[in-house]
Design a protein around this ligand. Structure first.
Ligand code: CA
Length: 445
């Protein structure tokens, strides 16, 4: 992972876009996250953009208006694409030059003529449609929160919640890229098979709408430069293959999952929908928020050599906070805000992003620009830090009480789940991801 601190991280730097100066904004000048958007009607293909304050800057328009300069000419074609894939595969030096150029154009020291030229390329965020930022080719979901793995394991195996491979292998499974949807897309409750009722274990399984629909609060690491088939990426270089980070909601039907997952792992309980945040915060922007890998408790094994790198251990984790909130249909009708459910830190994860990528390629598996490696549910050690309802309600046995008197074991139709993420450290400008949201629709006929 690149971790170059430069003038673009200066917490004192200000933008002439007024809303970027709001101390609570997710999109200050120091962030500059990438995404894709459609301007207001008429309908047209998605365009790439960068969020700044309450605006999105049209990158294709910026390149077409010759506002990037000769140094960035090789990036112009990538900026005209509807997805970030081609941009993500550019040389790190070119991406850093693009970041510096965007920073300069939006900085308070930009000239009047530069501001005037950018004026028509800045769209109000509340008037554009935000799209999937990346055309994901392959999606892998890991299981890197040991707190999540332990709590979920306790529900199924109270005597030995963690399986013996957990502390050696970054556990993951291959997800489904075709059902990735952008934030705001409705999520239809899936139908599927569930185990026979507990009081009639010999009867046929049930088929119908899931009764145990859940969310999973995750981060997604997006691959920039890929690797060739048969050529593993060594751990020391693995971090450099990531372009940026988005939020991921890995919607999960627990009843379908519980019935189908043995012996080959998750399948239809997971692949009906996965929501991505519209904004991808780059690893360059995250340089001030690097952290040491979580300390392993005494007695835990050291990672095998192909997963161990001193620099990765020293600064390969990221100090990102993630939050989940819920708003039911009744809360929405009453004008109530989403109710906070949990907050956790990604620096507690058992495996770093570089360890996940090194492990993924260790058998020669190729990763391509735009591939998505998700962390798995991010849960912390404390109560209130569990990143899914399965944990928060102990498998449905301890329903959540909501402030309007409603309760939930799992998600009801009309429920809306809202994720947020942010980085906050003394001495640096706070930055965030905006929202990643989805609302549950009733099952289809
Ligand atoms: Ca997951």
């Amino acid at each position: 992972m690149t971790a170059v601190l430069d003038a673009t991280h200066d917490p004192a730097a200000a933008s002439w876009v007024e809303a970027a100066q709001d101390p609570t904004t997710d999109f200050p000048l120091q962030n500059l996250p990438f995404g894709a958007f459609r301007p207001a009607p008429p309908p047209q293909p998605p365009r790439l953009g960068v969020a700044i304050g309450d605006r999105v800057l049209d990158l294709a328009g910026l390149a077409a208006a010759n506002l990037l300069g000769a140094e960035l000419a090789p990036a112009a074609a990538a900026l005209a694409e509807p997805h970030l894939n081609r941009l993500m595969a550019l040389e790190p030096a070119l991406l850093q030059a693009l970041r510096r150029r965007l920073f300069a154009l939006l900085h308070s020291s930009a000239s009047e003529s530069q501001r005037a030229a950018l004026g028509s390329l800045l769209h109000p965020l509340d008037r554009v449609e935000l799209c999937l930022p990346v055309a994901v080719g392959d999606y892998t979901d890991f299981y890197s929160s040991i707190h999540h793995a332990t709590r979920v394991g306790q529900l199924f195996r109270p005597d030995h919640p963690l399986l013996p491979n957990y502390k050696w292998v970054p556990i993951g499974y291959h997800g489904r890229a075709s059902s990735l949807v952008p934030s705001g897309a409705a999520i239809r409750r899936p139908c599927g098979q569930a185990a026979p009722p507990a009081d009639r274990p010999d009867s046929a399984p049930l088929f119908g709408p899931s009764r145990r629909l859940d969310y999973e609060l995750e981060l997604g690491f997006l691959v920039g430069a890929g690797n060739a088939l048969g050529e593993p990426v060594p751990i020391a270089k693995a971090g450099g293959h990531f372009f940026g980070v988005c939020l991921v909601n890995d919607w999960s039907a627990r009843d379908i999952q519980a019935w189908e997952y043995q012996p080959l792992g998750p399948f239809l309980g997971k692949n009906f929908a996965t929501t991505l945040s519209p904004w991808v915060v780059t690893l360059d922007a995250l340089a001030p928020f690097r952290a040491a890998a979580a300390a392993r408790p005494p007695g835990d094994p050291a990672p095998l050599p192909y997963l161990f790198d001193a620099a990765d251990q020293a600064s390969g984790a990221l100090d990102i906070f993630v939050e989940a909130a819920l708003r039911t249909a009744a809360m929405r009708q009453a004008g109530m805000a989403p109710h906070p459910l949990s907050r956790a830190g990604a620096r507690d994860l058992y495996w770093t992003p570089a360890q996940m990528l090194a492990h993924h390629t260790s058998n020669g598996c190729p990763l391509r620009p735009g591939d998505l490696l998700a962390t798995g549910t991010i849960s912390g050690p404390e109560p209130g830090s569990a990143g899914c309802l399965l944990e928060l309600t102990s498998g449905g046995r301890a329903p959540l009480r909501l402030p309007n008197g409603e309760s939930r074991q799992f998600l009801a139709d009309g429920d809306e789940v809202v994720f947020r993420a942010y980085c906050e450290r003394p001495g640096w400008r706070r930055l965030g991801w905006g929202e990643c949201r989805g609302r549950i629709l009733p099952a289809g006929a």
